[in-house]
Design a protein around this ligand. Sequence first.
Ligand code: HEC
Ligand code: HEC
Ligand code: HEC
Ligand code: HEC
Ligand code: HEC
Ligand code: HEC
Ligand code: HEC
Length: 348
Amino acid sequence: MEIMDIYRQHFLKTGDRGKSITFKYRLSLILTVFLVFPNFISGQQSQEKPDYSNYRKVNEFFNDNEHCFKCHGYPQYILVDTVFNNQITKTMCPSMIIHRKDYYTSNHKSLACTDCHSTEYHEFPHPLEPRMEEHLTCIDCHGGDENMAKYHFEKIQEAYDSSTHAQIPGFSCWQCHNPHTYKINIRTTENLKMAIAYDNAICLSCHADADRFKLLTRRKEINIIQKHEWLPNQSMHFSSVRCIECHTEVNDTVLVAHKVLPASQAIRKCTECHSKNSMLMSTLFKFQAKTKRSETGFLNTSIMKDAFVISANRNYYLNLISLILFGLAVAGIITHTILRIILKQKKS
Ligand code: HEC
Ligand code: HEC
Ligand code: HEC
Ligand code: HEC
Ligand code: HEC
Ligand code: HEC
Ligand code: HEC
C-alpha cells in the first residue's frame, strides 16, 4: 500500500464524514443481503472451502491452531450454551481477529498459539489466570540464540531501552512488532519502496491513528503532516526514506537502529542525506551498501538503484578520469613552461 493511502485511510476515518456515511450505508446494504439470504451465504461458504495445505506445510500445529482460529479467525463467533442447548452469534472485537494468511506468512508462522499463550486458552470463556500472566518478550526466546546472532537482539534491546517509547507505560517491542503478523522486510526485500512503506506503516499505526495513540498517552494527538511542513515534497520524502532515518540514533552493530530519540534531536539538516557522505549509507542503504557497493564502480550504487539523491551519487571512475585529465593538463603546462625557459636560455 502506498504511504499516502495509509494516511488517507486514517484521516478519512476522522475527517471525512461524508465518505464514512456512504460506507456505513453500503455496509448495512451488505448486511441486509446477508440476513435476507442466509441460506445463500452458507451455501457459498461450503462451496468455497479454502485450501489450507500451504499453511499445514509451514506449521505442524495447524490443527491445534484451528481451535483458536475458529473464533479468532472471523469477525463473528458462535457462543454455545450446552446446558440449554442454545447458541447465538456474537461479534469478535476487531483487535482480536487474526487472519490466517498474515499469521502463516509471518516470522512466527511455525509456532503454535500456545507457544506464547497459555494452554488454558483452550477453555472458553477464557479463565482469569492466563489473562493475568505477563507476555513473553522477544529476548525470552531469542536471547543468546546463536541462529539469531545476526539480528543482535541484545543490542536492539539495549537501544530500545533508552528510546523515548520505552518510557511510556504499556509500551513494548510488541507494539511495533505485531506478534501475529510481523515479518522481516528491509533485510530480505527486493523492493525497497515496499520495505520503506512497511516500516513507516509501523510508526503510522499510532502516529496517524488517534485512537491507537490515545491508548498509550494522555498527550494530544500529534499531527505529523503539520509537524513536517518544513520538509519539501513531504509525501515523496515519506515514501523514499523511513521515519527512523531521522528519528533514531545511528547504530553500527544492528541493521535497524532502535533508539528513537526525543523529537528535539531529530534530523532536520538536508545535507545529512543530500551530500556525498549521506548518512543514508549507514541507515537505509546499510544492507545493500555492504553487499553491493563497488560492483559497478559507482559509490552509493544502492542509492542510485532506487533513487537519485541529489549530490549523494558520484562515480569513482569518472572522478578518477577527470583527476587524470586534470593531472595531464597540469603536467603539460609545466613541461611547456620548462621547455620555453630552456629554449629562451639557449637563444640568449
Ligand atoms: C469460542 C470462541 C473462542 C475460542 C475457541 C478461543 N477464543 Fe480466545 N477469545 C474469544 C473471545 C470472544 C475473546 C474476547 C472476550 C474475552 O476476552 O473473553 C477472546 C480473547 C482472547 C485473548 C485476550 C484475553 C485478554 O484478556 O487479553 C487471548 C489471548 C485469546 N483469546 C487467545 C486464545 C487462544 C490462544 C485460543 C486457542 C487456544 C483461543 N483464544 C480460543 C473467543 C475464543
Ligand atoms: C510469538 C508469540 C505469539 C504467538 C505465536 C501468538 N501470539 Fe497472540 N499475542 C502475543 C502477544 C505478545 C500478545 C499481546 C500483544 C500486545 O500486548 O499488544 C498477543 C495477543 C493476542 C490476543 C489479544 C489481542 C488484543 O487485542 O488484546 C489474541 C486474541 C491472541 N493473541 C490470539 C492468538 C492466536 C489465536 C494465536 C495463534 C494463531 C496467537 N495469538 C499466537 C503473542 C503471540
Ligand atoms: C515463543 C518464543 C518466541 C518469542 C516470544 C518471539 N519469537 Fe521470534 N521466533 C521464534 C521462533 C521459534 C522463530 C523461528 C521460526 C521459524 O524459523 O519458522 C522465530 C523467528 C524470528 C525471526 C527470524 C525470521 C527469519 O526468517 O529469520 C525474527 C526476526 C523474530 N523471530 C523476531 C522476533 C521479535 C522481534 C520478537 C518480539 C517482538 C520475537 N521474535 C518473539 C520464537 C519466538
Ligand atoms: C518503535 C517501533 C519499534 C519498536 C518499539 C521495536 N522495533 Fe524492532 N523494528 C522496527 C522496525 C520499523 C523494523 C524494521 C522492519 C523491517 O523492515 O524488517 C524493526 C526490525 C527489527 C528486527 C529485524 C532487524 C534485522 O536485522 O533484520 C528485530 C530483530 C527487531 N526489530 C527486534 C526488536 C526488539 C527485540 C524490540 C524490543 C526490545 C524491538 N524490535 C522494538 C520497529 C520497532
Ligand atoms: C527528514 C527527516 C524526518 C523524517 C523522514 C520524519 N521526521 Fe518526524 N520529525 C523530524 C523533525 C526534525 C521533527 C521536529 C519538528 C519540530 O520540532 O517541529 C519531527 C517531528 C516528529 C514528531 C513530533 C514530535 C513532537 O513531540 O512534536 C513525530 C511524532 C514524528 N516526527 C514522527 C515521524 C513519523 C511517524 C515519520 C514517518 C512517517 C517521520 N516523523 C518522518 C524529522 C523527520
Ligand atoms: C504503539 C504506538 C506507537 C508506535 C507504533 C510508534 N509510536 Fe512514537 N509515540 C507514541 C506515543 C504514545 C508517543 C507520545 C509519548 C508521550 O510523550 O506521551 C510517541 C512519541 C514519539 C515521538 C516524540 C517523542 C518526543 O520527543 O516527544 C517520536 C519522534 C516518535 N514517537 C517517533 C516514532 C517512530 C519513528 C515510530 C516508528 C519506528 C513510532 N514513533 C512508533 C506511540 C507510538
Ligand atoms: C533522511 C534523508 C533526507 C533528508 C534529511 C532530506 N532529504 Fe530530500 N530526499 C531524500 C531522498 C532519499 C530523496 C530521493 C527521492 C527519490 O528520488 O525517490 C530526496 C529527494 C529530494 C528532492 C527531489 C525531489 C524530486 O521531486 O525529485 C528535493 C528537492 C529534496 N529532497 C529536498 C530536500 C530538502 C530541501 C531537505 C531539507 C529541508 C531534504 N530534502 C532533506 C532524503 C532526504
